[in-house]
Design a protein around this ligand. Structure first.
Ligand code: PLP
Length: 582
């Protein structure tokens, strides 16, 4: 039974304990266990009988407990919902641990940011409310402030960089915010917003470095504690300016101190990571923009103070790992997380490589799902490498009929995701090749070594950023020395082994001088092939293709091929071509 030892504070009412933690090691008496309980007003620390029956209560001691109080009193549920904490079945099975997702994508603005913004604005005095609020943001905070202003009927101005995607600007306007487009970067917009706040006596709503904002975000921690009373090994939290992690850590470390709080940041925006290493907030010269929600150059002063004391660890993840996490979340939830929203799952995947835990419960904050549709192409492209499922190899093969086919056969069961080749000289050919690695075989170097034993010269490009982002799109160039070249576009139903069957169909009767194939996950594979076909061989080729049933188009006169892969257009053709396409 829980008893209260704080006799100096009279109870106004009997509190029902909202939460009771599982037994954990006793913080005061090594070797003993205790349970932690809290109510909506006070924090109780109850030592079990094993601890000597010494029921101790403490309230108000230290920074974290003051935040607990603020978090419990935070006003967020006028605009926010208590988001679900759902099991991710596929991820859990794959990672041998129970992975739970805190679904902040369920909020009306598809991110948690309305919690802090609303709590801050709600707490303003009547006079401040009447004058209005201003904020600078290119993303989720903007929507949170606009929504809060609208709900509380407070004029809200949001300064956004001129480069902000139209979809976000429209969203803020739709929520009733007045948008000012200013500058080219968040920093410029922020500076302008601060000037306007002073000049017009508006309340500046900081996106993270404000106790009221931190407390609003901390309500996520309170919900987790209510939603999952069983043991939790760690909560993974994406970090930008640090408001989210500070709020969650402040609550969790006071109520369930055994739970690890692990921050996750992109490798190219290690704001908290660097600050912890330096012992104080540091300003990064540049931050990567891929995970735009956390692209912050400097952690807040207050958020750093909290994080330094309460965060257990910060891990960094690459863009490709974030892309792989977006896919993993999609597979379990059919939700497309934004890059910052997927950071925590990427962090769990990385963490488990270094700490092989089993059967533990790990929670990821799925913090947002505001992604531009156009970005999905990039995400899809990088996912396979992020999952370590695609190897990129440069392979030298002999320049002779049939060697392509032999090379494909040497790849055995591996699925080819990309095949890029252009004739260069009469002896050897360089092929740029993407290959799906079989489950469990997560080592591109292993595959490269296997090919070398078969006599191929192989360079492993899997981790080569230039190859991945650029060279794969540039393989080729003109080859005026290739005679009688005809260019054909083929389509064939995409299924495992389809490319190998296609190449077998071409057999070794013709010399291939150009080849481009990229598997985009579409229903039909599309290949562009250059074949050396003297006039007398063309009829035989056409008949063989018709017999094989290929859908084929002759693109030899296509100006794109003529300009970039053959030898250029003549002046007259240039004119005709531009006339045709204008
Ligand atoms: C989707 C998303 N995740 C995480 C964060 C990081 O929050 P904080 O800046 O409080 O660290 C943000 C910040 O805007 C965000 O939009």
């Amino acid at each position: 039974m829980l008893t209260c030892a704080l006799s100096t504070t009279p109870f106004r009412r009997v509190f029902a304990a909202l939460v009771t933690s599982p037994e954990v090691s006793c913080a005061k008496t090594p070797g003993k266990t205790e349970r932690l309980c809290y109510t909506d007003d006070y924090l109780f620390r109850k030592h079990l009988v094993a601890c000597g029956g010494d029921n101790t209560m403490f309230a108000g001691a230290g920074m974290a407990s003051r935040y607990v109080d603020r978090i419990l009193r935070a006003q967020v549920y006028d605009v926010a919902c208590e988001s679900a904490l759902t099991r991710a079945p596929r991820l859990s099975q794959r990672l041998n641990n129970q992975i739970l997702l805190k679904r902040e994508d369920e909020q009306t603005i598809f991110s948690f940011k309305l919690r802090g913004a609303y709590n801050k604005i709600y707490g303003l005095s009547a006079a401040d409310r009447a004058r209005g609020v201003i904020a600078a943001s290119a993303g989720n905070h903007a929507q949170g402030v606009a929504l809060a202003g609208h709900r509380l009927q407070i004029p809200a101005t949001i300064v956004m960089p001129g480069t902000t995607p139209g979809i976000k600007v429209d969203n803020v306007r739709r929520l009733g915010g007045k948008v000012i487009l200013h500058g080219d970067s968040y920093d410029q917009a922020n500076q302008f917003a601060q000037q306007q706040a002073t000049a017009q006596q508006l309340s500046f709503i900081h996106p993270f470095d404000d106790p009221a904002v931190i407390a609003g975000q901390g309500t996520i921690g309170a919900e987790i504690v209510r939603q999952h009373a069983e043991p939790i090994a760690a909560i993974f939290v994406p970090v930008g300016g640090g408001g989210l992690i500070a709020g969650i850590a402040a609550f969790i470390k006071q109520i369930r101190p055994e739970i690890k709080i692990i921050g996750v940041e992109p490798e190219d925006a290690p704001t908290l990571h660097q600050a912890l290493a330096a012992g104080c907030p540091v300003r990064l010269d540049q931050v990567g923009l891929f995970a735009d929600g956390v692209a912050v150059q400097q952690i807040g002063a207050e958020t750093f103070r909290v994080a330094q004391e309460l965060v257990d660890e910060v891990i960094l993840v690459s863009t490709d790992q974030i892309c792989a996490a977006i896919k993993a979340i999609f597979e379990d939830t059919r939700t497309v997380a934004e890059p910052a929203g997927a950071l925590a799952v990427a962090g769990i995947q990385r963490y488990l490589v270094q700490h092989p835990l089993q059967d533990q419960t790990l929670i990821a904050i799925l913090s947002g799902a505001n992604i531009n549709f156009e970005r999905l192409r990039h995400v899809g492209e990088r996912t396979e490498v992020g999952e370590q499922r695609e190897a990129l190899l440069a392979v030298e093969i002999p320049e002779q009929p049939g060697s392509f086919l032999r090379f494909c056969r040497a790849l055995k069961a591996h699925n080819i995701t990309e095949f890029n080749y252009r004739y260069a000289d009469g002896q050897r050919a360089q092929v740029f090749c993407g290959v799906t690695l079989a489950p469990g075989e997560n080592d591109a170097a292993h595959l490269a070594a296997e090919l070398r034993t078969q006599g191929y010269t192989v360079v492993d490009m899997t981790d080569n950023e230039v190859a991945r982002s650029h060279i794969r799109h540039m393989v080729g160039g003109t080859a005026p020395q290739v005679t009688d070249e005809r260019i054909y576009r083929f389509t064939f139903p995409e299924r495992p082994g389809a490319l190998l069957r296609f190449l077998s169909g071409l057999s070794d009767r013709w010399n291939i001088s150009l080849f481009h194939y990229r598997n985009h996950g579409a229903a039909y594979g599309r290949v562009l092939v250059g074949i050396q076909l003297p006039v007398q061989a063309r009829a035989g080729f056409a008949a063989a293709m018709a017999e094989a049933g290929y859908d084929i188009a002759d693109e030899t006169e296509n100006p794109a091929y003529r300009l970039f892969a053959q030898g250029g257009l003549s002046t007259g053709e240039h004119h005709a071509s531009s006339a045709t396409h204008s």
